[in-house]
Ligand binder design. Sequence first.
Ligand SMILES: NC(=O)c1ccc[n+]([C@@H]2O[C@H](COP(=O)([O-])OP(=O)(O)OC[C@H]3O[C@@H](n4cnc5c(N)ncnc54)[C@H](OP(=O)(O)O)[C@@H]3O)[C@@H](O)[C@H]2O)c1
Length: 274
Amino acid sequence: MKNVKLNNGIEMPIVGLGTFRSKSEDVYNAVLDAFEAGYRHIDTAMIYGNEEAIGKAIKDSKIPREELFITTKLWNSDQGYESAKEAFNLSLKKLDLEYVDLYLIHWFKGYELALDSYRAMEELYNEGKIKALGVSNFNVHHIMKILEHCTVPPTVNQVETHIALQNVFLQEYCESVGVKLEAYAPLMSQHINDLLTNETMIEIAKKYNKSVPQIAIKWLVTRGVIVIPKSINKNRIVENFDIFDFELNEEDMVNIKKLNQARKFFPEFDNVPF
Ligand SMILES: NC(=O)c1ccc[n+]([C@@H]2O[C@H](COP(=O)([O-])OP(=O)(O)OC[C@H]3O[C@@H](n4cnc5c(N)ncnc54)[C@H](OP(=O)(O)O)[C@@H]3O)[C@@H](O)[C@H]2O)c1
């Protein structure tokens, strides 16, 4: 397994398990299956409604807490100074943890709410309840505003990123200010069929004796992007993590780069309708 070092020295496993749309009754086993396969990084959010089940799986796994990397997120209606603190403490309680490794503002909902929420998160960081701060669904101008006002810089920006929406420029900007790009929907989420049937991807997968999802994940990891494929199926959980025994060559990296279509499935960064 490979880690990336965040700008505050914290190590984050480059591949984690996504849990959006993973129901509590499924996510418990999915997290245990992921741990068995070697994952140590789980991505959740208050709005997914599965933090309690994930907390129970963490506890039952008996893996030492310091070996795990757990991310959760501040939901939109909880943004604001006081409400962010309350929401964070509720997430911590549901996860049954003493701290989370990464806490993200889930979506940009205006500068004032973002800055007030971030100030609350900085205090929680200074109290040791959060090991790294970050944002999600933030564009360049949103990150610039946080950087202008913060005392603890963000470490990660989690955004939709896959072969059809590659975010090359956003990654360049983020890296220029010390922020790592993290890819959500790396398998194109509910449009996964478009990934699985992509002819270029099928051809490359055959060449390496790997599956198309494995190539999609490896391509992100090779770019230095953190990636959190979601699955509740044991075989697919194992498959998505089995990407550390081969390297994509330069030519195939370029061939995948050509698949970019700037095709976004999730809402645009500004004026999010929820
Ligand atoms: N910050 C945000 O706003 C935001 C938004 C969306 C997602 N996320 C995070 O990012 C994670 C990943 O995104 P996502 O869940 O939307 O989509 P995704 O990981 O791109 O795709 C998940 C879909 O692919 C299927 N799948 C997984 N591995 C497969 C494989 N090897 N072969 C075939 N099918 C496979 C899954 O079904 P099965 O479960 O049946 O395998 C599921 O239908 C989320 O779970 C969440 O943690 C964050």
